[in-house]
Design a protein around this ligand. Structure first.
Ligand code: FAD
Ligand code: FES
Length: 264
C-alpha cells in the first residue's frame, strides 16, 4: 500500500533560469523547506503561471539541492506549453511547487559499485544520486546518451562528483560512441563488477538496461515517466503495470525495482 504523500505546497522564487544545452534549461529556485526535504529520485509538481486554462502542474525531477542556500536546481526540456511558459519565468518571479513527491532511489546498503545510466532528459535525477553515492563512499560509473553533443547534459557534473568513467553515446556521433548508450552499458556490465544499476530515460532504453543488469546479476532500479494529473495518488493517470499489479508512479514510484516493471 502506498504511504501518504510527503508532498507539501511551497512558494518558490526563481533565482535563475538559463539555457544550458539544446532545448534544455536550468531553473534554480529558492524554496528552503523543499531544499532540506527532497531526496535523490523524488520529484516536484510545478504550477507555472501564464495560462489560466491550464490547471495541471508539471512534474519535474531535480538535479541538485543545497539545503544551506535553500535552493533546488531543475534541468528541464522545453517540449510543450507548460515547459515553454516555465522557460519564461524570470529571476525574482514566483509561484508554487508541490513536493517532494514519490519514492527516490534506494541504492541498497552494502552496494559496492554502481552504474548510472541516463538518456536525454532522464539524466537529471541521476546527478543527486551520484552525490549521495559519493557521500557514502560507493564507487560509480556513468553511461549517458543524447541525440547530439549539444543536447547532452550532466557529463561534467557526474565527472566532478567522482564518476570513475563517464561513457557517452550520441545518435549522430558528435560526442562519444556513435550509437546507443546500451552499447557502453553492455561493455561495462560484462566485467561483472557492479551490484547496483540506476537508470532513467526512454522506456526502450531502460528496458534494455534492466535486461543487461539482470544478466550481470546487478540489482536495477528505473525511474519511470508517466503523465501525471494530480501527483499525489488521487487520479490514476500515472499507473505503471508491474508484476504486483498496477502501481501509481507518483506514490509507488517514480523509481521502481526494474525486475517488477511489465510495461515500460
Ligand atoms: C516523475 C517525473 C519527473 C520528470 N522529470 C523531468 C525532468 O527532470 N526534466 C524534464 O525535462 N522533464 C521531466 N519530466 C517530464 C515533464 O513532466 C514533461 O515534459 C512536462 O510535463 C511536459 O509539459 P508541457 O506542458 O511542456 O508539455 P505538453 O504540452 O503537456 O506535452 C508535450 C509532450 O510531452 C509529453 N508529456 C507531457 N507530460 C509528460 C510527462 N509527465 N511525462 C512524459 N511525457 C510527458 C506529451 O505527451 C507530449 O508529447 C518528468 C516527468 C515525470 C512524471
Ligand atoms: S498522478 Fe494522480 S494518481 Fe498519480
Amino acid at each position: 500500500m502506498p504511504q501518504p504523500s510527503s508532498a507539501r505546497l511551497h512558494e518558490f522564487t526563481v533565482v535563475s533560469n538559463d539555457r544550458i544545452a539544446e532545448g534544455v534549461w536550468s531553473l534554480v529556485i529558492e524554496a528552503p523547506r523543499l531544499a532540506a526535504a527532497i531526496r535523490p529520485g523524488q520529484f516536484m509538481n510545478f504550477e507555472v503561471p501564464g495560462n489560466a486554462a491550464s490547471l495541471l502542474r508539471i512534474p519535474l525531477s531535480y538535479a541538485a539541492a543545497d539545503p544551506d542556500a535553500g535552493t533546488v536546481e531543475i534541468w528541464y526540456a522545453v517540449v510543450g506549453d507548460g515547459t515553454e511558459r516555465l522557460s519564461h519565468m524570470a529571476p525574482a518571479s514566483s509561484s508554487t511547487v508541490l513536493g517532494p513527491g514519490g519514492h527516490g532511489w534506494s541504492a541498497p546498503e552494502g552496494c559496492a559499485r554502481a552504474l548510472l545510466v541516463g538518456g536525454g532528459i532522464g539524466i537529471p535525477p541521476l546527478v543527486p544520486l551520484a552525490a549521495a553515492l559519493r557521500e557514502r563512499g560507493v564507487a560509480f560509473d556513468a553511461c549517458l546518451g543524447a541525440r547530439t553533443a549539444d543536447a547532452l547534459v550532466g557529463a561534467g557534473e557526474l565527472a566532478d562528483l567522482g564518476a570513475g568513467t563517464v561513457a557517452v553515446a550520441t545518435d549522430d556521433g558528435t560526442a562519444g560512441v556513435h550509437g546507443f548508450v546500451t552499447d557502453p552499458v553492455a561493455e561495462l556490465l560484462s566485467a561483472g563488477s557492479y551490484d547496483y544499476v540506476a537508470t532513467c530515460g526512454p522506456g526502450v532504453m531502460m528496458s534494455r538496461v534492466a535486461e543487461l543488469a539482470h544478466g550481470a546479476g546487478a540489482y536495477c532500479e528505473a525511474s519511470l515517466e508517466r503523465m501525471m494529473s494530480c501527483g499525489f495518488g488521487a487520479c490514476s493517470t500515472c499507473n505503471v503495470e508491474t508484476t504486483e499489479g498496477m502501481k501509481g508512479a507518483c506514490m509507488c514510484g517514480p523509481v521502481f525495482d526494474a525486475s517488477k516493471v511489465v510495461v515500460w
